[in-house]
Write a protein that binds this ligand. Structure first.
Ligand code: SF4
Ligand code: SF4
Length: 171
């Protein structure tokens, strides 16, 4: 398996794209959580779970993480360059309308799901396979190249299964 940072990042970005696809069907955050927070403080931005600089706090000291950060910053600018912080989150990428990053997020930003969100996934969609820490570590290993290609394919396919399941209920 190619474990150069460039190859690892490609697998990571491919997985990220699939996760974003999953979140287009699982809209608990945007449909339930965020509207509740907005209703509680009308007219003000809300941070929800973006309460730290998660793009860096759990990142590993590894060349693939460095490459992810470089590509992110070439696309979106560095944290110090961000002109529009929401004022409710210490994360510089958090704007009044949420996270600025459409891709190239850190593993924890991509994988985190709070308990109510996981409960909704279980109760509404019958999906019991989403384990936040498990997904976080899987994304880390994909990025560092510690997840063998065969396991990555299995992980990828299980994510596709989750999407099939959630999209069939949403249809
Ligand atoms: S993960 Fe939980 S706290 Fe964060 S936006 Fe979704 S529902 Fe809200
Ligand atoms: S990078 Fe985005 S998802 Fe991560 S903490 Fe900042 S605003 Fe939240």
């Amino acid at each position: 398996m190619d474990t150069r940072p460039e190859a690892c990042l490609q697998r990571y970005l491919k997985t990220e794209s699939l996760l974003h696809h999953f979140y287009t069907f699982f809209d608990y955050c945007s449909r339930v959580c965020i509207p509740k927070l907005i209703a509680a403080s009308p007219g003000k931005p809300v941070a929800a779970c973006c309460k730290d600089r998660y793009y860096q706090v759990y990142d590993l000291d590894h060349p693939s993480f460095d490459l992810l950060r470089r590509e992110r910053e070439s696309l979106y600018g560095s944290p110090a360059d961000q002109p529009e912080n929401s004022g409710v989150s210490p994360c510089e990428y958090h704007t009044a309308t949420g996270c600025l990053l459409k891709d190239h997020k850190s593993p924890v930003c991509l994988s985190f799901m709070c308990r109510p969100a996981i409960d909704a996934l279980r109760e509404k969609h019958g999906i019991y396979t989403y384990d936040y820490l498990g997904f976080n570590y899987a994304l880390e290993w994909i990025l560092t190249g510690d997840m063998p290609e065969k396991e990555w394919r299995t992980f990828y396919e299980s994510l596709e299964d989750m999407i099939r399941k959630i999209s069939s209920k949403a249809a």
